[in-house]
Design a protein around this ligand. Structure first.
Ligand code: TXA
Ligand code: MG
Length: 320
């Protein structure tokens, strides 16, 4: 494995060559780091699944460099889709549309649809251009674990199993993209970096996928995005447990209690700032050998919806 600076054009050239030749590369996006392979090379994509220990039923997002690329791999690019692309691309919105045959089944786990996004991170865009293909990439973490928002997170986890890592510094958005399916009706499969309210303003009411049934976006599995340390969301009026080595994930200010460590995500109460620090704060708390991380609930509006989604998944089936 090699680690190169993402802003170096030679590094991008090298990374593009590795993708073209069937290798796998970790690269920064505005949301989280991705682990990329040539989307049309089934063998390279298989290695991504292997390195992440990701089950084959969990499909990948294809990353493109230009809105025009979408029609090469998708059907159903109608006026709504064009409006969404116009407004939110490049950026943290993933669209799920009927796929064309040329997209290999391994990318979509055999589904008839494919998830596509155009990131705005300059390193991601240059890499896709340089590779002369589209890049299938999940987040660059072992399956089920916390997503990486800094290169150090990748190095601690899957770093030694990939061909090259491009360092792009901390990720600006800090939470994964919002995933929206368009057919049969607009449906939110995963809340993320683009708030639901903004999408609804543009295209009207969006349904929210329920998590009970076989998940449409397996990121919808009930346990996911988890630290190794147990995590629990603090309920209104709940007593802080005694005799445990505790960490606290707080929104605006620390609270009284026997905490070994406290992470405050945004003193000014800005959900965007909180989102950008979320995974980083959890990675830090997770490295302290705590017995339990208590997390304050966040308001479920704007990016707060995505934060609460990740917290519930981190909590898993444990109920207070
Ligand atoms: O921000 C992001 O989306 C990051 C960066 C790297 O782009 N990627 C990311 O990928 O979060 P991943 O693989 O960790 O999550 C992708 C989610 C999974 O939950 C997967 O099930 C869902 O997208 N997905 C992919 N293709 C799908 C499809 N055809 N239908 C429904 N869900 C799909
Ligand atoms: Mg992921």
């Amino acid at each position: 494995m090699r680690l190169l600076k993402g802003e170096d054009p030679l590094a991008i050239k090298e990374a593009g060559r590795i993708i073209r030749e069937g290798g796998i590369v970790v690269f920064p996006t505005e949301t989280v780091y991705g682990l990329g392979a040539d989307a049309f090379n089934a063998q390279a994509v298989a290695r991504v699944f292997e390195v992440k220990k990701r089950p084959y039923f969990d499909p990948l997002i294809v990353h493109i460099k230009d809105p025009k690329d979408l029609e090469e791999i998708c059907e159903g690019v109608d006026e709504r889709v064009k409006k969404l692309m116009d407004r939110f691309w490049p950026g943290p919105l993933t669209l799920v549309l009927p796929k064309k045959d040329k997209v290999p089944d391994i990318v979509t786990s055999g589904l008839k649809t494919v998830a596509v996004r155009m990131p705005y991170h300059p390193v991601a865009l240059s890499l896709i251009k340089e590779s002369q293909t589209f890049i299938a990439a999940p987040s660059a973490n072992s399956f089920g674990k916390l997503s990486p928002t800094r290169v150090e997170h990748v190095l601690k986890d899957i770093g030694d199993k990939v061909d090259l890592i491009l360092d792009g510094g901390p990720c600006e958005v800090g939470l994964e993209s919002t995933i929206l399916a368009l057919y049969p009706r607009p449906t939110l499969l995963r809340p993320g970096g683009i708030p639901l309210e903004e999408i609804e303003k543009l295209i009207g009411k969006v349904e929210i996928a329920s998590s009970g049934e076989r998940p449409l976006a397996p990121g919808g599995l009930s346990k996911h995005y988890s630290p190794r340390t147990a995590l629990r969301i603090l309920r209104e009026g709940e007593k802080i447990p005694e005799g445990l080595k505790l960490g606290l994930l707080a929104f605006r200010k620390p609270r009284e209690g026997p905490f070994w460590a406290i992470e405050v995500l945004s003193e000014r109460g800005d959900l965007r700032e909180a989102a950008s620090r979320f995974f980083e704060a959890l990675h830090r708390l997770d490295s302290l050998g705590l017995d339990l991380i208590l997390a304050e609930p966040f308001p479920e509006e704007g990016l707060g919806l995505a934060i609460m989604d990740r917290l519930r998944k981190a909590e898993g089936d444990r109920k207070a």
